[in-house]
Write a protein that binds this ligand. Sequence first.
Ligand code: HEM
Length: 470
Amino acid sequence: VAAAPVTPLDLEDVQGLVLRGYGTLRAARYLLLRVGEAAAARSWLGALAGAVTTAERSPDGTAVNVALTAPGLAALGLPAAALAGFALEFTEGMASPHRSRILGDVGDSAPDRWAWGGSAGEPVHVLLMLFAADEAGLAALHGERLREAEAAGLRVVASLDTVDLGDHEHFGFRDGISQPVMIGSGQTESALNTIQPGEFLLGYVNEHGQVTERPLLDAGEDSDRVLPRDGGRRPDLGRNGTYLVMRQLRQDVRGFWRWADEASRAPDGSADQEAMTRLAAKMVGRWPGGAPLLLAPDRDDPALATANDFAYQAPDADGLRCPIGAHVRRSNPRDSLDPNPGTQQSIAVGKRHRLIRRGREYGAAPAPGTLLDAVDDGVDRGLHFICLCGNLARQFEFVQATWVTSPKFDGLHEDDDPLLGARGPGAGAFRVQGRPLRRRHRDLPRFVTVRGGGYFFLPGLRALRYLART
Ligand code: HEM
């Protein structure tokens, strides 16, 4: 069979975050800004475009990327007709009541309780993402970029710091291992993780074999030809851009480990640290060191810390190695989806629901040895979850609603994601498949709460320049 032709990606027009998490730039801060006056904000954006890091090569020293909300595009002066070309999920916004129902953002996670981006707070227009090799470099970059923004009348709605926990997230597990890569990006991964570029970049062919939906303008709206043109010669505001999901997810780290401790005690009530770690690993689907339970079912294995070339169906249809409800298995079921689990058909379905994850942690880690203490240290810590996708409804919202938070995922009954689940009626169980005995944990507490969030558009460089002139 002849290989399908590979569309080259315009990497010089794509923001760097699409291809890289900037792992060597260990310090990062996210500024959420509100536009004051449109013309001043446009000139600021135009000047900023020259400093934005592209996907063409790895940055050295610092990186800057920028994304905008739908109200942000309107505040810059983008006409309503152009805005209407964006996805409905994006224009409605993450905090709209309809989307909150889909995402499970209710109770303590409801947008009216959020620290930013919620229904009650100040509107968020711009997300400015700053990265540097160290804190000193970040302070310098932040000072410079903030001065310019404030001089142009933008105001800081929230300034979100991050913390460098090495390669691990706050619960103590290695993160950032499994990522899809785009065909044509020059990056290589297993076939299972190699995806059509239109899943992550607007204006390219996606896993349905179609060029993505995106905002196309009339030729007269871009007579200077700042924007790329689509096949039909219309100015393409979406091309080389993508949607960016940001959610501030507070983690109850001590609650997590105290629950795992209680739930793994021996019949005589004594603590069993090995059993506690095993239970927590079953919840994640990988060991703290990163080894996937599918390949290392009995103990952590440093040699498999970043192993990612595996599928579930043939070796583990019943979840005896990696529980069906584990976080990684439900957020990317690989080949275990209907129809026909274990086949190319199943993998093809999975490829329509992939996410590029680019989040970073925030808040100091608990002091060593205090994880199981009864008294909470009161520190707000968690994950600034960021993911990129070309279709918010089919990718992020589907994964969140149908896989992660659904108690009925893949034949389960009351099991929402053991890490992320919002619990509530009919949810909050965690079943560990086993032979001869399976184990059913009930009434898991809630470990993760949403503290803020928004849907952003991460434009291509030419689109940024266009927005600066609108
Ligand atoms: C505080 C919140 C979260 C924590 C602590 C967390 C933790 C982890 C960890 C430890 C891994 C395994 C490492 C890896 O494969 O990179 C992982 C993988 C993953 N997570 Fe999360 N996660 C969180 C939120 C989310 C959310 C909100 C989503 C999507 C709605 C998500 C989707 C994924 C996906 C798609 C993978 C990769 C699975 C794979 O391809 O095997 N995570 N997460």
